[in-house]
Design a protein around this ligand. Structure first.
Ligand SMILES: CC(C)(COP(=O)(O)OP(=O)(O)OC[C@H]1O[C@@H](n2cnc3c(N)ncnc32)[C@H](O)[C@@H]1OP(=O)(O)O)[C@@H](O)C(=O)NCCC(=O)NCCS
Length: 187
């Protein structure tokens, strides 16, 4: 995507921005929590070096324009409370996927919905995407809630797609078209 500028998106309560190594401790707090990775095919991080590697990869992907991973900063405190990323870009087809996580102390306050709305708006209106996809575990009700609040539609089901903490796990596929997004904004 040729139009990646330095990215800072602001919402009422949040700043979405590229991460720096100074975020490593906060990022580690998010992904070392077993509750956060409950539905991921990855184990909780066990040392802050995982966070440093992840930030280095995010910055590299950002430079290569292959992935945009925002750190979500809470304006009130300046803490990094999670991440949202646009990844798996197919520029020819104007689509990508979205991924997200918040630290568990920040669940239930609407921050994920607020952050994703800003990232989606950026994807559709700055990157000129036409479609954003998400792939979630059917047991992950909180994640489904965020997507459905934002207008994603359930499009498919793929059994036993992931190996998650010792068991096979299914996928529910969600999709959001720019036309759905713009229609909701107009309504
Ligand atoms: C998925 C995840 C980000 C959802 O977090 P969340 O806190 O449920 O989502 P939001 O931040 O949008 O908050 C929505 C909740 O806050 C409530 N809320 C409180 N104040 C609110 C406000 N000002 N605005 C909007 N919602 C508010 C909503 O009613 C809703 O609660 P409900 O689900 O009981 O109806 C979180 O569960 C998470 O990080 N999970 C681990 C990682 C993960 O699974 N990621 C997805 C992988 S696909």
């Amino acid at each position: 995507m040729s139009s990646y500028p330095t990215l800072i998106l602001t919402t009422n309560r949040l700043t979405l921005r590229p991460m720096t190594m100074e975020d490593a401790a906060d990022l580690f707090a998010v992904f070392s929590d077993p509750a956060v990775v409950r539905y991921w095919s990855a184990e909780p991080w066990t040392s802050v070096s995982f966070a440093k590697d992840s930030i280095a990869r995010a910055l590299e992907n950002y430079r290569e324009q292959s992935d945009v991973r925002f750190g979500i900063e809470l304006l009130e405190t300046g803490a990094l409370i999670g991440t949202v990323n646009l990844h798996h870009f197919f520029p020819q087809n104007r689509r990508c996927e979205i991924g997200y996580a918040l630290g568990s102390p920040y669940w239930g306050k609407g921050y994920a919905t607020e952050a994703l709305a800003a990232a989606i708006d950026y994807g559709f209106h700055e990157l000129r995407l036409n479609r954003i996809e998400a792939d979630i575990d059917p047991r992950n009700a909180a994640s489904a809630g965020v997507l459905e609040r934002l207008g994603f539609r359930k499009e498919g089901y793929m059994p036993e797609r992931w190996f998650v903490h010792g068991e096979m796990a299914d996928t529910v596929n969600y999709g959001l078209l720019r036309s759905y997004w713009d229609a909701r904004r107009r309504a």
